[in-house]
Design a protein around this ligand. Structure first.
Ligand code: DI6
Ligand code: FE
Length: 400
């Protein structure tokens, strides 16, 4: 006796490719996929009426916990200032750091909850959220606790990434800040089990490749997964080194060169592309999509939701941008928010595709084909969202 059977679905398992399966039913027990293509007895049976059934989407790179906004900096950039100029002048990330310091844990939870609920309503069942607007031990831990609380308050999987190395607060030298991150913040986060991974912003306005090597050595010793923001604004050779050191993903990558692509390919590191930041910062240089394809680097797509470079509370919008701005095929985009996004989180045995034994995180979409999700901008919502086999949305369907 299964817990749930979904019949008459057009199944898109996203295991290896983005094509539909020949089977039309999915059986669920104990929150996991128990069978594909076999019917039987179940406590509940649902007729999907030929809706498309896809894995729940995974937004594998966000900064969704923050306070305040940066609309004035947006206006300054429209008037000609660059993101780097604003950052060097004490604005940018530091503007949000001040707002987060002034906010309580409860205020941060209350601010982030509707952002996550909006993503959930779009079919996002797993979200990764980074700290990085604390930049001192108390505030980094506060952010990480907020991220953990969101995971208990919402029916979503929330993955916490420690990004203490986001930028250098004014009162610190480069070295003294890295000492604080590695010797104080990281062990404290580990002691409270507040982080699943570490990340670092390797950039000419932030941290060096040598800083990343130090952080990764310490984080690996604590058993954390490794991620890195690399080659977004300048080419520092950081992706190649991150991949060699075992980073699950390198993210942004507009300035990645072929040597970096090769290193990522041989290490199996995922290229996480963030078209929302490309769009919002008015970037013109594209990530090297052709080379990523040529060397078969798995590509993921995420929202980068944050108040400075991607104030875009919609993974579907970023999926559309990945197709229209980056030229990814709809199949690449769909794998980028399912299987490859799971791999960027090190969770591809659990989520991101529909295979027997994996978690029953999936959505029903009343659309002609999943390609519609990269084609139509706005107005698309899944008919039903299931997390661990439980229905977690109660929304009206929107037909594409
Ligand atoms: N790269 C980004 O695009 C975000 N962080 C990062 O390392 C921007 C964060 C911000 O501007 O608040
Ligand atoms: Fe980011």
């Amino acid at each position: 006796m299964y817990d749930l059977i979904i019949n008459n679905a057009r199944l898109y398992p996203m295991s290896g490719h983005a094509s539909p399966a020949t089977q039309t039913c999915l059986a669920i027990s104990d929150g996991r996929i128990a069978a594909i293509g076999e019917t039987g007895e179940a406590r509940e049976t649902i007729d999907a009426r030929h809706a498309c059934l896809l894995p729940g989407f995974i937004d594998c790179h966000t900064h969704a916990v923050y306070a305040g906004d940066r609309a004035d900096e947006h206006a300054a950039r429209i008037a000609g200032a660059s993101y780097q100029e604003i950052a060097r002048g004490g604005g940018g990330i530091l503007t949000t750091v001040r707002a987060v310091a002034a906010a309580s844990e409860q205020e941060l939870v209350d601010g982030a909850r509707p952002r996550l609920a909006t993503l959930l309503a779009e079919g996002v069942t797993t979200i990764e959220i980074k700290s990085g607007y604390g930049l001192d031990t108390a505030n980094e831990l506060k952010m990480l606790r907020v991220i953990r609380r969101l995971g208990t308050e919402l029916p979503m999987e929330v993955i916490a990434t420690f990004l203490g190395a986001h930028t250098i607060p004014g009162k610190h030298s480069h070295e003294s800040y890295m000492d604080l991150v590695i010797d104080e913040m990281l062990p404290a986060a580990v002691a409270e089990k507040l982080a699943d991974a570490v990340d670092i912003f390797v950039e000419n306005i932030a941290f060096t490749v040598a800083d990343m090597e130090r952080l990764f050595a310490a984080a690996s010793a604590h058993g954390l997964k490794l991620r890195a923001h690399t080659e977004q604004l300048s080419n520092m050779g950081a992706s190649a080194r991150a991949a060699e050191l075992g980073a699950l993903s390198c993210d942004h990558l507009e300035r990645l060169d072929e040597a970096g692509v090769r290193a990522m390919a041989s290490a199996g590191s995922v290229a996480v592309l963030l078209p929302g930041a490309f769009y919002f910062l008015g970037e013109t240089r594209l990530p090297p999509i052709g080379q990523l394809r040529k060397h078969q680097v798995p590509i993921a797509v995420a929202s980068d939701l944050n108040p400075g470079s991607s104030p875009i509370n919609s993974l579907l919008t970023c999926m559309h941008m990945a197709a229209t701005l980056f030229g990814l095929t709809p199949a690449e985009v769909l794998l980028g928010v399912t299987r490859h996004a799971a791999r960027a989180l090190g969770l591809d045995k659990e989520i991101g595709s529909l295979e027997v034994g994996m978690r029953a995180d999936f959505c029903l979409w009343e659309i002609a084909a999943p390609e519609l999700l990269c084609y139509q901008l706005g107005g698309l919502r899944p008919l039903a969202v299931y997390k661990d086999g439980q229905r977690v949305n109660q929304l009206q369907a929107t037909k594409g």
